[in-house]
Design a protein around this ligand. Structure first.
Ligand code: ATP
Ligand code: MG
Length: 470
């Protein structure tokens, strides 16, 4: 239960609230102005402060920034008789976590308290969010698939070979392309992106190869194309699968002879740009359908790098959460470094059709809307929250073969099964190994990989380097 301090000049309201909160087992203090309240706050360090706005002397709103500063770990709920947007906005900006109107609806207050206090400690995990790791080009991954990709990048970066990067949308294709460039002999040169899907053919051709004055209506001056701009650097042909047959022929010429002709030009120009292409479509299929030139396909994929979807390398998700959260915090000037256990559970189970980009967007929205340092379920989009509602842990833990049971990944089932066995034997590792028919080191790895921990603190726990004990 928590220590709660109320600062409200209405004596009757303080007494009623105090009785209600005490009946729920909280330790409650109250004062009637900021000065007296501030002194009590310093002495008792409440977990929660309920602060009225209109007070004799300094108002609650005026006192909020200083109170927040001197009590950084105290959650603050504002209460007021006024329905005024400006003070609500100001209070939320100054660090209040909720805002409740008078007359106080006790259910509304209970809900706010439950939400705020629930989000803390026991039910959430503190992440090691290294805020210096916000670099946009930082690519992380610890799965065997990602480690292989990092090795391949290392092997091919130095050679001029053309690279084809494939993978679903949002898997990090552009990031891989930039990594190849940054580690190549062309690293000091430009990295120029051409989106092959974005433009109509003439514009795309002029974008790639440039045009002479008067080459088409509106071409009022000579303009160099991206293949010229990318000289001594890298050209990244994004969504190459969308290239028209006509443009495919022109691109093939660049790949074969390093030559191209600007629109309306007579003389061929040359380029020494390193070419990297990416696509989220199945190119061999397009070749079979006659929509993509086979010779171009073979020219492009001298080296090919396939990035598997996130759901096939869920070992990466914790690292990604940490890295992306640091990035998002930096962008939004926030310090969100805790994630509610239920949210982590959803993150571990959700199939992430939009891959890393979707994870980044979910974190971005949650952090933007969070009023505390914790991401709670309420901050998740409905689609993700539904994952939690549908897949109840109990049905999963029993390994139910009910035809209606959700179809989960092996990774997910493994996690719940190992946890179930460990709990059943009170975390006796030897017994758990016998039942699971695995070696001790394997069990240790499973515990670490799935971030398992005993529910009760006095059982022999699991060392977990993802969670920072505090
Ligand atoms: N392994 C990773 N580590 C850190 N950030 C990543 C990683 N993979 C992807 N991201 C981030 O996810 C977002 C999407 O990545 P990127 O734009 O490279 O994907 P893409 O495959 O090119 O997507 P699309 O097909 O939609 O163009 C970016 O913000 C990128 O920084
Ligand atoms: Mg992309």
């Amino acid at each position: 239960m928590s220590r709660i301090l109320i600062i409200d000049d209405d004596i009757a309201s303080c007494k009623t609230l105090s009785l209600h909160l005490q009946s729920q087992g909280h330790e409650v203090y109250y004062e009637h102005d900021v000065e007296a309240g501030g002194q009590v706050a310093v002495e008792v360090k409440p977990q929660l402060l309920i602060l009225d706005i209109r007070l004799p002397g300094q108002s609650g709103l005026e006192a909020l920034p200083a109170l927040k500063k001197s009590l950084p770990n105290t959650h603050i709920i504002m209460i007021t008789a006024h329905h005024d947007m400006a003070s609500t906005i100001k209070a939320m900006q100054d660090g209040a976590e909720d805002y409740i109107h008078k007359p106080i609806d006790i259910h509304e207050l209970d809900e706010a308290i439950a939400r705020i206090l629930d989000d803390t400690r026991e039910q959430s995990r503190k992440l090691t969010v290294n805020n210096s790791k916000y670099d946009k080009s930082e690519m992380v991954g610890q799965s065997s698939q990602m480690r292989t990709i990092f090795k391949t990048i290392g092997l091919v970066a130095g050679s001029p070979a053309t690279v084809l990067i494939t993978g679903e949308s949002g898997t990090g294709k552009e990031l891989v392309a930039r990594a190849v460039h940054n580690n190549s002999a062309h690293a000091d040169g430009p990295f120029v992106v051409i989106n092959c899907a974005a433009l109509v053919e003439t514009l795309l051709e002029s974008d790639m190869f440039g045009h002479e004055k008067g080459a088409f209506t509106g071409a009022i001056a000579r303009q160099p194309g991206k293949f010229s701009l990318a000289n001594n650097g890298t050209i990244f042909l994004d969504e190459i699968g969308e290239l028209s047959i006509g443009m495919q022929a022109k691109l093939l010429r660049v790949l074969q002879n390093k030559e191209f002709t600007p629109l309306g030009g007579k003389k061929a120009l040359t380029t020494n740009a390193r070419i990297i292409a990416a696509t989220n479509v199945n190119l061999p299929e397009r070749v079979a359908e006659g929509r993509f030139r086979e010779d171009l396909y073979y020219r492009l994929q001298v080296v090919s790098i396939h990035i598997p979807p996130l759901r096939e390398r869920m070992e990466d998700i914790d690292l990604l959460i940490q890295t992306l959260l640091a990035r998002v915090n930096k962008e939004l000037h926030k310090h969100v470094d805790r994630i509610h256990n239920d949210v982590l559970d959803v993150f571990h189970r959700y199939p992430w059709h939009g891959n890393v980009r979707q994870l980044e967007n979910v974190l971005l929205k949650a952090v933007a809307l969070s009023s505390t340092n914790t991401i709670s379920m309420a901050l998740l989009p409905a689609e993700l929250a539904a994952t939690f509602a549908v897949a109840g842990t109990d049905a999963l833990a029993t390994g139910s073969d009910d035809a209606n049971a959700p179809l989960n990944s092996l990774h997910h089932m493994e996690k719940h099964h190992v946890l179930r066995v460990l709990d059943a034997v009170d975390w006796h590792k030897g017994h758990a190994c016998e039942i699971l028919k695995v070696s001790r080191p394997r069990l240790r790895r499973l515990i670490k990989e799935h971030h398992l921990a005993p529910a009760s603190a006095d059982l022999p726990g699991a060392v977990d380097d993802f969670v920072e004990a505090d």
